[in-house]
Write a protein that binds this ligand. Structure first.
Ligand code: IMP
Ligand code: MG
Length: 182
């Protein structure tokens, strides 16, 4: 099947950084680690909209423990590829997280500004525990110190799309993770 973006550009030529098979294998591995770490618990997984929806959907189906899910939406980028450094909550959680074992599920850590802000904000709501799982990490791009508790892949400083990640809302539905070179 040929994938197109909204401008009907072919994306087959875009370099595949991680194939859907590689991603699935790694997501399963992370799910096993998380299932072990949270054995006997029922964590609340908080997906960061919108980029993390595909990762969260795949991750929870590999978990062997009961979970709840909720979503939060933040904006720090507008429609650009460079971080403005401004983080805003666009949609908040539906519930209190007080006393809960919270696991933030993110697509990618780049400058670290988003998760730094989210971890602070959610941490102040008195959860029992708070951890972060990210599918991707670009450690070279950090502006603030931030270490995810679980990470799928460290990737180089390139702009990637697919598997939930977008550029101007395009490409989220691609199964593979591809490099978008400007
Ligand atoms: P941070 O606050 O700079 O760590 O940015 C994290 C957010 O920026 C992610 O949740 C993504 O939405 C977005 N982002 C960063 N790098 C990429 C990329 O390579 N592709 C798509 N989105 C990205
Ligand atoms: Mg995101």
């Amino acid at each position: 099947m040929t994938d197109y973006d909204a401008g009907r550009n072919k994306v087959d030529d875009y370099e595949v950084l991680l194939s859907s098979e590689q991603i699935a294998k790694r997501v399963k591995e992370i799910a096993e680690v998380i299932s072990n770490d949270y054995r006997g618990k029922r964590p609340l997984l908080i997906g960061v909209l919108k980029g993390a929806v595909i990762f969260l959907s795949d991750l929870i189906r590999f978990l062997t423990i009961p979970v709840e899910i909720d979503f939060i939406a933040v904006s720090s980028y507008g429609n650009a590829t460079a971080s403005s450094g401004v983080v805003r909550i666009l949609k908040d959680l539906e519930q209190s997280i007080q006393g809960k074992d919270v696991l933030i599920v993110e697509d990618i850590v780049d400058t670290g500004l988003t998760l730094n802000y989210l971890a602070d904000n959610l941490g102040s709501r008195q959860p029992n525990s708070l951890r972060v799982v990210t599918l991707l990490d670009k450690p070279d791009r950090r502006k603030v110190k931030f270490e995810p508790d679980y990470c799928g892949f460290n990737i180089p400083d390139r702009f990637v799309v697919g598997y939930g990640l977008d550029y101007g809302e395009d490409y989220r539905q691609l199964s593979d993770l591809r490099v978008l070179d400007e």
